[in-house]
Every structure is written in C-alpha cells, then in structure tokens.
Design a protein around this ligand. Structure first.
Ligand SMILES: [Zn+2]
Length: 76
C-alpha cells in the first residue's frame, strides 16, 4: 500500500515537472533564434537587435551598441 502511494507520488512529480522543464527551456531557444545581429556603423561592433540602440535617419533605421555611438553617427 505504501509502495503504491509512493509510486503515484513519483508519477505526479514527473507529470508536473516534465512540462515545467520543457517550458523553461523553450523561451530561451526562441530568443536565440529570433535575435539577429546588427552592425553598429560607428564602431563596427555586432549587437543583438533587441538590445541595440535604434535610431531612424533619412537613410533608414540604424542600430548602435550605445547612445554614444548613435550620437556620433548623427554628427553630434
Ligand atoms: Zn558602437
């Protein structure tokens, strides 16, 4: 009787934990796949797009590693 309870408890833990582990892993993989690298035209560093400083200019959108590079590109 005790063994059966233990077996059910282990099964419950597995049923609860396995989707949790999968849920924890999935978003990280998606983040890596969806984040493209963009080049900073000022210092020529590659930056992850979601973390880059993005500015719109007459020639289009430009991505920078920092606000400092954005300012330098604009000619300030
Ligand atoms: Zn830069």
């Amino acid at each position: 009787m005790r063994l059966a309870v233990l077996g059910i408890a282990i099964l419950l833990v597995l049923v609860v934990l396995l989707p949790l582990v999968r849920a924890l892993r999935a978003p990280r993989r998606r983040e890596v796949a969806g984040d493209a690298l963009v080049k900073d035209p000022v210092c020529e560093t590659y930056v992850v797009r979601s973390r880059a400083v993005t500015r719109r200019f007459a020639e289009g959108l430009r991505h920078f590693c920092s606000a400092e590079c954005a300012r330098r590109y604009a000619g300030g």
